[in-house]
Design a protein around this ligand. Sequence first.
Ligand SMILES: [Zn+2]
Length: 253
Amino acid sequence: MRPYILAENHWRTVEETPYEVAILPWGATEAHNYHLPYGTDVFEAEAVAAEAARIAWESGAKVTVLPCIPFGVNTGQFDVKLDINMNPSTQLAVLRDIVEVLNRQGIHKLIILNSHGGNDFKTMIRELGLAYPKMFLCQCHWFRALDQKQYFENKDDHAGEMETSVIMHLRPELVRPLSEAGDGAAKSFRMKGIQEGWAWAERTWLKVTKDTGVGDPRKASAEKGERFFKDVTEKVAEFVREVAEVDRDDLYA
Ligand SMILES: [Zn+2]
């Protein structure tokens, strides 16, 4: 039983623990090239949340990890078999219900730990922040917490070298041989503004990639995954600690 994982605890313990911050891991259920499982984003979100919470808990932060939400925004992957889309408006409804519980019970800090590129909770945080002024709401894209170039040769957007390495480390039994993986080659938008990142439009996934991956996974290894996972969870844990410690009414320096 890990005291920082809500699902593994019992009512008496939960009643007695003065939690300061909740972490909500949020994943997606979707194809990840030919070699990674559909649950990749869920496994990552759960594992990063649990390890970051463990480190933070052991340094005194009263943190609880909520069960992972397994469905993400997959509006662009509508034709990929069994990619389960959860619309942003549904995500807002789910988030509102969770925030309502936390707010009512005086757990006034929530970190949404996001694992999926299509998920973005920023506008929802703005809207819910207005409705629940006592709550400190934030999102954390753990996969952006470190410079991936220090760990991997090829850039990863989806099911590439980083994700493959991390899942080889976390769930090696679920990874197909890399010889079966596609190269993750992907097309870009023709418009320069979108290529440069200051304009944005959604990609229709199967028009961009043949194997559903974006990013070459073939240089991935469990060793690279282990090193990245260790460093990234320490960095996320530091953020969890900071959120736990900060005075809700004195956030700015
Ligand atoms: Zn993924």
